[in-house]
Design a protein around this ligand. Structure first.
Ligand SMILES: [Zn+2]
Ligand SMILES: [Zn+2]
Length: 348
């Protein structure tokens, strides 16, 4: 077995503390990645604290992983020792269902194997990226262009926050001539702004905080609407082709649906804990659609990473050391980070 060190939660109330564990020896098609940086995703906190139910402990969180390949199995073709590599939200899927065959592994009919807080199909609990290394089948590992190396820490959040926003913006063909709204400026929203702007759309940020306007414009917003101001919201009615809703706090979906023009779509990527009511009248008016999207498939995630390398897009991050994780969690919960914490694994 391969020795690994990390930070783990032992229960929903324990917080995170140092933890030693073993990973499987690499199989012929596995790569071993020595982890350089791992992002802190809000879903790490939800799962550590068992806020979605069903959490499995001990839990080593982390699914925004970048590092370097230190070992490869004999059948590995896409990597060699020393290559940069990235691992995101999943480490396996069934590979044979219609959705896997269509390269939509995020929607695997058997359910993909999450990077942590999940059991592999062999029943073994898997551990994530707040750790020294990870062993993953090469099909679920991404290559990283050398152009990303100077900003490697800021690449980590692309593996979750990046693909979660890139995929729906591509699916709904956001681009020139489209009027697009990004709702909420946090880890997801700041990537939504960067991608929507880069794809050539006219982009509006909807935010509750007037203090975020300058940052929003720097990140790619053409307009900023303060969503608490009813007059500003009324002026935007029925104007938008597409809204990417990145908010996980309670909010009025009907107000946002009202912003969509004929055949417009609202796509939910934030994950509010409780159901949000939708009024049928908000939908039938302008033949609107309400949808959702979850991360993206392996091929699309690779495409996103390659796009970011080509267009010099990374996340805005604040670095933290591993012994400060619990404090970082408190600040994420208070939305007091611009816009993603990344753990420097050298500090482990
Ligand atoms: Zn995530
Ligand atoms: Zn499948």
């Amino acid at each position: 077995m391969l020795q690994s060190k990390g930070y783990a939660a032992q229960s929903s109330t324990s917080g995170l503390a140092p933890f030693s564990f073993e990973r499987r020896d690499p199989k012929p098609d596995d790569v071993v990645v020595e982890i350089a940086f791992c992002g802190i995703c809000h879903s790490d906190i939800h799962q550590v604290r068992d806020e979605w139910g069903g959490s499995m402990y001990p839990m080593v969180p982390g699914h925004e992983i970048v590092g370097r390949v230190t070992k490869i199995g004999k059948d590995v073709t896409r990597f060699k020792e020393g290559d940069l590599a990235g691992v995101g939200v999943m480490v396996d899927s069934c590979r044979v269902c219609d959705n896997c065959k269509a390269q939509e592994e995020a929607y695997c009919e058997k359910g993909f194997v999450g990077t942590y807080n999940a059991r592999g199909y062999d029943g073994v609990l898997v551990h994530g990226g707040y750790s020294t290394n990870i062993v993953v089948n090469e099909r679920y590992v991404h290559t990283l262009s050398a152009r990303l190396e100077p900003k490697l820490a800021a690449v980590a959040p692309l593996l979750c926050a990046g693909i979660t926003t890139y995929s729906p913006l591509r699916h709904w063909k956001v681009g020139p001539g489209k009027k697009v709204g990004i709702v909420g400026l946090g880890g997801l929203g700041h990537m939504g702004l960067k991608f929507a702007h880069s794809f050539g759309a006219e982009v509006t940020l909807f935010t509750t905080s007037a203090g975020k306007e300058a940052d929003a414009r720097r990140l790619g917003a053409d307009h900023v609407v303060i969503s608490k101001d009813p007059d500003q919201m009324a002026r935007e009615k029925s104007k938008y082709d597409f809204l990417l809703d990145c908010v996980s706090a309670p909010h009025d979906l009907n107000e946002y649906l009202g912003l969509l023009r004929l055949d417009g779509t609202l796509c939910q990527v934030g994950l509010p804990e409780k159901p949000l009511p939708v009024n049928a009248f908000s939908m039938v008016t302008n033949r609107r659609s309400m949808s959702g999207s979850m991360i993206g498939g392996m091929a699309e995630t690779q495409q996103m990473l390659d796009y970011c390398a080509e267009h010099d897009i990374v996340s805005d991050i604040e670095m933290t050391s591993v012994d400060q994780i619990n404090q970082a969690y408190e600040r994420v919960v208070k939305a007091d980070v611009k816009y993603r914490f990344v753990i420097d694994m050298e500090t482990l």
